[in-house]
Design a protein around this ligand. Structure first.
Ligand code: FAD
Length: 497
């Protein structure tokens, strides 16, 4: 089989799939190499008890006609092939802090009004908050399809204000702060590290509109793969790239673990940058660059409980739940005895029994250090201690959910759980990190990696480069694709979709 391509892309998560389809649309002959037996990365689903569970994509924002991801998805051809379901616009996110509940309504005006109904004394703070987040969104050239200097520095599109500095500047009301920050699971927030723009972009995205993928996120990956193949591209699974041959700072071929070799004119990596640079011979990248990447912190991993519910026993919740035990909503920063501090939870409706849920997914944070002792798969299976650990942690999560949703445990027919090791195994994410490299406002632009590298035809993208999540990775993919395309023409094409 011919192994010569215009472009080889490593990794078939959203980043790899999007880069492949954008470049394929422009006539490049693309090969996508995925180490796992299934494509999709975090878009993968699994089936248990006949039910589909998402592993890493629960909802998508700004998908309403005219909004940014709608335009991008239309441009990619996804809107015609994938069905999306809108979350309850009156309460797309339901925030529970201790014993109080707050609903987030779709649309900036509705969102602000709803907040005001809970905090009538805080009109000025709420107005200021809305202005601040909208300002971050408005300033982003990619999300607004604004003409930019082709030599732009991507990292300069992000500001380095700290999230807590921004929130503290608008209010001293601790309850309001907790509500504004309660969905920080979406970015694994850490006070003193997380930049304000990450919070602002993600909140603006979901406030515009919130949808999930009907039937599971893998439909997105399936649609992408059909599109890539129709464009003449190739998608290979079971192809772990373990080296890239290069000469005179130009990549030549990608070697896979099964002994295959793929040649191309350009190479895109969507995998974790620390893993990507290891693919090259020592000395290709300068020591300070390698050390800088090695020193960068990863976002925390997750512990997820996937529950099959008994028929007709638990009411479907039409919102995402963000539940924190107290106003300390920073679930990623926990002492062992505090775990789990906060959870994200959603249910899927039993279509045969509307109003009732057939499954629930509950996500909380977990440090890799808690499971590192079982990294060796052999050891993991040996003495049952890993399974016992997972059962103990599942019980902890059930207990927390039961406090607010009485009868949930009794309605649970069966369950299984994933730990950071699961993501480490399935997506190669170091430390099972949820969102890849953490962004740190204190290191200024130091926590951003450039798309271009010393190796003239090797580009890095995916969630660790720039912002994570579908919106972030889409933006990163546009920037990466523009290394071979004209950025302003590309933005115009997408805007016109
Ligand atoms: C629990 C969880 C919930 C989330 N929920 C949401 C959500 O609701 N909304 C949202 O927008 N975002 C969400 N995200 C984030 C979002 O899923 C990710 O930011 C995004 O999917 C990352 O895409 P990616 O292509 O950068 O990386 P990945 O999806 O990690 O893809 C990388 C791919 O590279 C492959 N790979 C790794 N090494 C190699 C190698 N050497 N050779 C070949 N292939 C390799 C991996 O197997 C993987 O398929 C969630 C993430 C998690 C973990």
């Amino acid at each position: 089989m011919d192994r010569k391509f215009d472009i080889v892309i490593i990794g078939s998560g959203f980043g790899g799939l999007m880069c492949a389809s954008v470049l394929g649309k422009h006539g490049f002959k693309v090969a996508l190499l995925e180490m796992a037996e299934s494509y999709g990365g975090n878009l993968q689903n699994f089936v248990r008890d006949g039910l589909v569970f998402n592993t890493g994509l629960h909802y998508i924002g700004a998908l309403e006609e005219g909004q940014v991801l709608n335009k991008i998805f239309k441009y990619l051809g996804l809107m015609d092939r994938v069905e999306f379901e809108k979350l309850d616009p009156e309460c797309f996110d339901r925030i529970i802090i201790a014993d109080r509940t707050y609903c987030c309504a779709s649309g900036f005006e509705n969102y602000a009004q709803r907040l005001l109904s809970y905090f009538p004394e805080e009109q000025e703070a709420i107005n200021n908050y809305m202005s601040l987040i909208k300002d971050v969104w408005a300033k982003n050239p990619f999300l607004n399809f604004r003409e930019i200097d082709p030599n732009f520095d991507y990292s300069m599109s992000f500001s380095n204000t700290g999230l807590m500095d921004a929130i503290n500047s608008i209010t001293s009301n601790e309850e309001l702060k907790a509500v504004l920050l309660s969905n920080n699971g979406l970015y694994a927030g850490v006070p003193g590290r997380t930049p304000f723009y990450v919070h602002a972009l993600i909140n603006c995205l979901f406030i515009q509109s919130a949808f999930n993928v009907k039937g599971g996120s893998a439909h997105l990956a399936d649609a992408f793969v059909s599109i890539i193949k129709e464009q003449g591209g190739s998608v290979f699974t079971g192809k772990k790239v373990q080296a890239i041959k290069s000469k005179d700072l130009k990549a030549i071929s990608a070697l896979t673990a099964d002994g295959d070799e793929f040649f191309a004119e350009a190479f895109y990596s969507t995998i974790h940058p620390a893993e990507a640079i290891k693919l090259f011979d020592k000395g290709v990248f300068r020591k300070p660059f390698v050390q800088r990447i090695e020193k960068m912190a990863n976002t925390i991993g997750s512990f997820v409980l996937y529950v099959t519910l008994r028929k007709g026993e638990f009411a479907h919740i039409k919102s995402n739940i963000y539940y924190s035990k107290s106003q300390d909503v920073w679930g990623a920063v926990y002492k062992p005895e505090e775990w789990p501090k906060s959870v994200m939870m959603y249910t899927t409706e039993d279509k045969g029994l509307p109003g009732f849920a057939e499954s629930a997914t509950i996500i909380t944070f977990m440090h890799y250090s808690e499971v590192a002792q079982w990294e060796d798969k052999q050891k993991r299976r040996q003495d049952g201690s890993y399974e016992a650990f997972k059962e103990e942690r599942s019980a902890g999560l059930f207990a927390m959910i039961e406090e607010r949703f009485k009868g949930f445990k009794a309605a649970s027919a069966s369950w299984l759980s994933s730990t950071p090791l699961t993501y480490f195994d399935y997506t190669g994410s170091p430390e099972g990190s949820m969102y890849g490299l953490a962004k740190d406002y204190k290191s200024g632009f130091g926590s951003y990696l450039p798309v271009t590298t010393r190796v003239s035809n090797f580009f890095m993208t995916g969630q660790s480069v720039g912002v994570h999540g579908v919106m972030g990775v889409a933006m990163n993919s546009i920037v990466a694709a523009s290394k071979l395309l004209n950025i302003n023409e590309l933005l115009k094409e997408i805007e016109g979709s």
